[in-house]
Design a protein around this ligand. Structure first.
Ligand code: ADP
Ligand code: MG
Length: 236
């Protein structure tokens, strides 16, 4: 393992290049990757852009624990890196995120028989999209659940809004992304407001996320206000 190249470090996992074709994703805290692997395989079967998985039972595989996942090695920057480098605009990122959410929610739920339930990513933001030559691919399925699509929209919106209300170089791009993304949501999706509905649920989930810094938790209320403001524009 020591000889493997560390390709990426996220908040919960480290990703190592095994060779030109495969990477190993390993939860630092020993989290369980088995459930997300099943969902990733299901989504790939439905044509959704997720990295292909290598079966963990493959002979000689380094991945031997449940916190490991071996998947296709993707090339290209993350959407966040591309934004940072000026390779894409905030608006283009928002358009892409909206398309990825809509495409995901067009796939029937894997487990639920409830027609209103779908597979939700619940952490779909520019760090978790890689812009490969074949198009955007969605990574980091650790939060995956089935539920109402509005919750997924609210989570993505709140994450962008947290960046947008935090002073810094990424703020204005995040705001442009948020606006463009929400403009393209399905209008039957009502995000609610600070007190009720999907936005309020998303706020609770973000506040309870142990990976968030106190600064990030500190801007949640302003981020909720911004999402309400953006969704309110053009309403009625
Ligand atoms: N299939 C992949 N191919 C190449 N790099 C990857 C791949 N999956 C993840 N990475 C890199 O590893 C980083 C962390 O992966 P991610 O799944 O987002 O972990 P975390 O849950 O810790 O955020 C990503 O931001 C990306 O740079
Ligand atoms: Mg990530």
């Amino acid at each position: 393992m020591d000889a493997e190249e560390l390709l990426g470090v996220g908040r919960s996992a480290d990703v190592y290049a095994l060779d030109d074709a495969w990477v190993l994703r390993r939860y630092r805290g020993g989290g369980d990757a088995a459930a997300e692997a099943v969902v990733m395989a299901y989504l790939a079967e439905h044509g959704y852009p997720v990295p292909k998985l290598r079966p963990l039972s493959a002979a000689g595989d380094l991945a031997s624990t449940r916190s490991d996942l071996v998947m296709e090695r993707l090339s290209g920057p993350s959407m966040r890196e591309a934004l940072w480098q000026g390779g894409i605009t905030g608006k283009a990122a928002g358009v892409m995120l909206a398309a990825l959410l809509r495409r995901l929610h067009a796939i029937p739920a894997r487990l639920s028989g409830d027609v209103d339930q779908r597979v939700l990513h619940l952490d779909l933001h520019p760090d978790n999209v890689m812009l490969t030559p074949g198009g955007p691919m969605v990574i980091d399925w650790g939060n995956v659940e089935e539920g109402p699509p509005g919750l997924d929209w609210a989570m993505s919106a709140l994450i962008l809004a947290q960046v947008a209300v935090t002073p810094g170089v990424e703020a204005s791009v995040a705001r442009a992304g948020l606006t463009a993304m929400l403009e393209r949501r399905d209008r039957t999706v009502d995000l609610g407001d600070a007190g009720t509905g999907f936005l309020a649920q998303a706020r609770l989930r973000r506040a309870a996320d142990p990976n968030l810094t106190s600064r990030e938790v500190g801007v949640l209320d302003r981020a909720v206000e911004l999402v309400v403001e953006v969704t309110g524009v053009g309403r009625g």
